[in-house]
Write a protein that binds this ligand. Structure first.
Ligand SMILES: [Zn+2]
Length: 683
C-alpha cells in the first residue's frame, strides 16, 4: 500500500489503517496444514493457463459464502478475523485487571467497557453532543460558521476543511500542514456524477439517510426533508470542484504551496491567517493544498449558501459521523446506509469487533503494545530482517541487469534502494498518551477525547523536525506500506503470519507469500508515484529524460493491461487508478522469485505434494489472493480503491512473467497466454 492512501482513508473515516489485529506468528495449527497449500481449495479441472485464480482457488470460491457481517472474504480477511479474535481474548482479559490509571491496560480496558455498555449508550442518545449542537445552532454569520467548522475539526470531525500535518514533499525534514479536498458524505466524486441507474438509486438512498439523521436529531419531517435536499445540493457543488481518486495520483500536480496571504487572495471567503490562529497554529506562513480549485469553490459557497443550509449541513455531519457511537437508532441508520446499501453487508459485525476497531483507530498504539507483548515473537522479526535483506539483494541485482536503463539512472535507483528504512513488527518508540482522559462510561466522549488528543499531538509537530520513527499503521494490522517521504518499508507484526509467512513452511510458500509482499512494498518506491521521489525522500526527479520516457512507456502497458479486465458485467478495472499497486505487484512477484531461486529449495526440484518448487511458489501467491466481495462492495472499490480486485492481482502480473509460463507449461491458445512482446517488464 502507498502511505498517502492510508492518510486519505484516515481523513475519510477518522481511522488509520485497516482496523484489525493478529495471532502468534508460527503458531497456527501446523498440524492442520502439512503442506501449507490446500488442494481442497483448488479446482484442478481448470487449466492453470486459462484461469490461474480458479485453478488455485476454484473450489474455495464455489463453496465459501461471504459471511453475513462481511463485504469481502478471503485470505486477508481470514487472517484479520483470526487476529481480531486474539485481540478479543486480550480485551476480555484486560477488563478484568485492576490497571493503573493512564497505563495502556487502563485506557484500552476503559475504552472497551464504554463501547460495550450499550445500555448507557442508548440512554445517552445524542445528548453527549449537546455542546456541539448548540454551537451550530448559534451560528448567524459566515465568520461564526468558519469558527465552528474549525472547532469541530479539533475533535476529529473535520468536514469541508480536511487537513493533516506531514513532511513537506519538497523539503522532507520539515513538517507542514496540508489541506485536501473533502466535505462529501458519499465515498467519492463518482457517486455524485455517475449516470447509471445504480448511482441514481444510491443518491436517493443517501438523501433519505440525511433526512433520517436530521429527524433522529430532533428536526420535524418537513424541515428534515427540505434540509436533506439542500445539503445534498451543497455536497454536489463541492464534488464538482473535487477530483476523482484516479486524478490524484500525480504528486507534482498535488503539490501546491502557497503563502497564507497568496492563498487568501485566491479564496476570498477564507482568511487563512485567521484560520491558522483559530486552529492554534503559530509561526507558520505557508500551507500545501492538493486541490486549490476545491478551496476556491468552497470559499464562494461559504458566503453564497444560506447560513441555514450550512447549519443543517454541520448538524447532519456531526450526527452522521458520531452515529456509530450514539444510541441504537443512530447506529442502525448509519449501518443501513453505509454498510448495507452502499457495500452489501447483510448484518452488523459483533459489537466487540466494532469497538475493537474504534480503539485501534483511536488509541491504536496502546492496543498494539498489548498485542505485541502478548503475541509477537522476536524471532519472527529476526527472520523477517533476513527475508527483507534477501529481497533487497535480489532487487539490486535486477536493477544492475535492466536492459532498458542507463548506468546513470541505475546508480540513482540503486542508491535509493540501499537507503530504504525498514520497520518490522512494532515501533521502537511507542506514542505517549499521558494526559489522555478515557473513562469506562462514555463511549462517544472517549472517541472525541482521543481525536482531540491526536489533534494536539499533530499540531505540535509543526516547526519541529520530522520524526522518522513514527508508524502509520498499528502492529495488529494485517497490512504493509511504503512511505515515499521517509523512503521506508513497514511491516506490522500481524502480517507476519500464515498465509504470508510461517516458520514451518517451505521457502516456496514464504517467498510466494511474504516475499512477494516485501517485493511489492519495495517496488512502491519505484512505481509511477514512488519513482518521482529521490533517495532522501524529496519529490525530486533523478531520472535521465530518456530513461523516464522508457519507464512511462512501460507503465503505460500495465495501465492498458488492467483497463481491459472486467469485474462485474460492464464494470472495468481503472488502469490509471490502480497503476501503482499493479506495478508493485508485478515487481513484487519478480523480485521474490529471484530471491527464492537463491534458496536451496529454489535451486532443487524436489516435489512436495506433487508440485515443483516453482509451482509451489506461484500457488502460494495465488493463495494469498484468494478472495471475493459482494457486488455492491466490488462496485465501490473499483471507484475508490487503488488496488485491483484480488482475482486480477493474482493473475495480471503472472501473464507478464516468463517463469510462471514455464512452471505450468502455459502455451499459445491458453486464455491467459500473451505473446512475449506484449508482456510488461519493468523492474
Ligand atoms: Zn501496495
Amino acid at each position: 500500500m502507498q502511505y498517502k492512501t492510508i492518510v486519505a482513508a484516515a481523513l475519510a473515516t477518522g481511522i488509520i489503517g485497516c482496523g484489525t489485529a493478529p495471532g502468534k506468528p508460527g503458531e497456527q495449527a501446523a498440524a492442520e496444514r502439512t503442506t501449507y497449500l490446500d488442494r481442497a481449495n483448488m479446482d484442478t479441472t481448470v487449466k492453470p493457463g486459462d484461469d490461474f485464480f480458479l485453478y488455485v482457488n476454484g473450489a474455495w470460491v464455489k463453496n465459501t459464502p461471504i459471511p453475513g457481517d462481511k463485504t469481502r472474504w478471503g485470505s486477508f480477511d481470514e487472517l484479520r478475523d483470526k487476529t481480531n479474535k486474539s485481540v478479543h481474548t486480550l480485551l476480555e482479559e484486560v477488563v478484568k485487571e485492576n490497571a493503573t490509571a493512564g497505563s495502556p491496560q487502563f485506557n484500552v480496558a476503559a475504552f472497551y467497557k464504554s463501547g460495550m455498555d450499550t445500555a448507557a449508550i442508548d440512554k445517552a442518545g445524542s445528548t453527549v453532543l449537546q455542546k456541539q449542537l448548540n454551537a451550530i445552532k448559534a451560528i448567524s454569520t459566515p465568520q461564526q460558521l468558519m469558527d465552528v467548522i474549525i472547532e469541530n475539526g479539533k475533535t476529529g470531525l473535520s468536514t469541508v476543511l480536511p487537513n493533516y500535518i506531514g513532511p513537506d514533499d519538497k523539503n522532507v525534514t520539515q513538517n507542514i500542514i496540508q489541506f485536501t479536498q473533502g466535505g462529501l458524505g458519499l465515498p467519492s466524486k463518482d457517486y455524485y456524477t455517475d449516470k447509471d441507474a445504480g448511482a441514481e438509486k444510491n443518491r436517493e438512498a443517501y438523501k433519505a439517510y440525511i433526512k433520517k439523521m436530521l429527524s433522529l436529531g430532533g428536526a420535524d419531517t418537513a424541515t428534515a426533508g427540505k434540509d436533506a435536499l439542500a445539503i445534498f445540493d451543497l455536497e454536489q457543488q463541492l464534488a464538482a470542484a473535487s477530483l476523482y481518486p484516479r486524478e490524484m495520483r500525480d504528486p507534482q500536480k498535488m503539490y501546491n504551496k502557497f503563502s497564507l496571504e497568496a492563498f487568501t487572495k485566491q479564496t476570498p471567503g477564507i482568511d487563512w491567517k485567521a484560520v491558522f490562529d483559530k486552529m492554534g497554529i503559530s509561526g507558520q506562513d505557508t500551507l500545501l493544498v492538493t486541490v486549490p480549485q476545491y478551496y476556491k469553490t468552497l470559499s464562494g459557497l461559504l458566503t453564497s449558501m444560506p447560513v441555514a443550509t450550512w447549519k443543517a449541513y454541520l448538524t447532519y455531519n456531526l450526527l452522521s459521523r458520531m452515529a456509530p457511537y450514539l444510541g441504537k437508532e443512530f447506529d442502525a441508520a448509519h449501518f443501513d446506509f453505509y454498510d448495507k446499501t452502499l457495500s452489501g453487508q447483510k448484518e452488523q459485525k459483533p459489537r466487540w469487533e466494532r469497538v475493537m476497531q474504534i480503539i485501534n483507530g483511536s488509541i491504536g498504539e496502546q492496543l498494539g503494545k498489548l498485542y505485541v507483548d502478548r503475541y509477537f515473537k522476536p524471532e519472527a522479526k529476526q527472520k523477517m530482517m533476513e527475508l527483507v535483506q534477501n529481497l533487497q539483494d535480489a532487487f539490486k541485482n535486477r536493477i544492475r541487469n535492466l536492459d532498458w536503463m542507463s548506468d546513470a539512472t541505475k546508480q540513482k535507483a540503486e542508491a535509493k534502494l540501499a537507503s530504504f528504512m525498514k520497520k518490522i513488527g512494532y515501533p521502537d518508540k511507542w506514542k505517549d498518551y499521558s494526559g489522555l482522559g478515557i473513562t469506562p462510561d462514555n463511549y462517544a466522549q472517549n472517541v472525541l477525547n482521543a481525536a482531540a488528543f491526536e489533534y494536539k499531538r499533530e499540531l505540535a509537530k509543526l516547526g519541529k523536525p520530522v520524526d522518522r520513527t513514527e508508524w502509520g499503521m498499528t502492529p495488529n494490522t494485517v497490512n504493509a506500506y511504503y512511505n515515499p517521504a521517509f523512503n521506508e518499508i513497514v511491516f506490522p507484526a500481524a502480517i507476519l503470519q500464515f498465509p504470508f509467512f510461517d516458520f514451518g513452511a517451505d521457502d516456496a510458500v514464504n517467498y510466494g507469500g511474504i516475499g512477494a509482499v516485501i517485493g511489492h512494498e519495495m517496488t512502491h518506491g519505484f512505481d509511477d508515484q514512488g519513482a518521482q521521489y529521490a533517495a532522501d525522500g524529496n519529490l525530486k526527479n533523478w531520472w535521465t529524460p530518456e530513461d523516464e520516457k522508457k519507464f512511462k512507456a512501460k507503465t503505460k502497458m500495465v495501465e492498458e493491461q488492467f483497463n481491459k479486465y472486467t469485474v462485474l458485467d460492464s464494470v472495468h478495472i481503472n488502469g490509471a487508478l490502480t497503476l501503482g499497486e499493479n506495478i508493485a505487484d508485478l515487481g513484487g512477484i519478480t523480485i521474490a522469485y529471484d530471491a527464492f531461486k537463491k534458496t536451496k529449495q529454489g535451486q532443487g526440484n524436489e516435489l512436495i505434494d506433487g508440485f515443483t518448487p516453482d509451482q509451489r511458489f506461484f500457488l502460494s501467491w495465488g493463495q494469498v489472493w484468494r478472495g471475493k466481495a459482494t457486488p455492491e462492495r466490488a462496485r465501490q472499490l473499483i471507484k475508490i480503491d487503488p488496488h485491483s480486485p484480488a482475482e486480477w492481482r493474482a493473475m495480471g502480473p503472472l501473464t507478464n512473467f516468463e517463469p510462471w509460463y514455464k512452471a505450468f507449461n502455459v502455451q499459445p491458445g491458453d486464455k491467459m497466454y500473451k505473446p512475449e512482446n506484449e508482456r510488461a517488464k519493468i523492474w
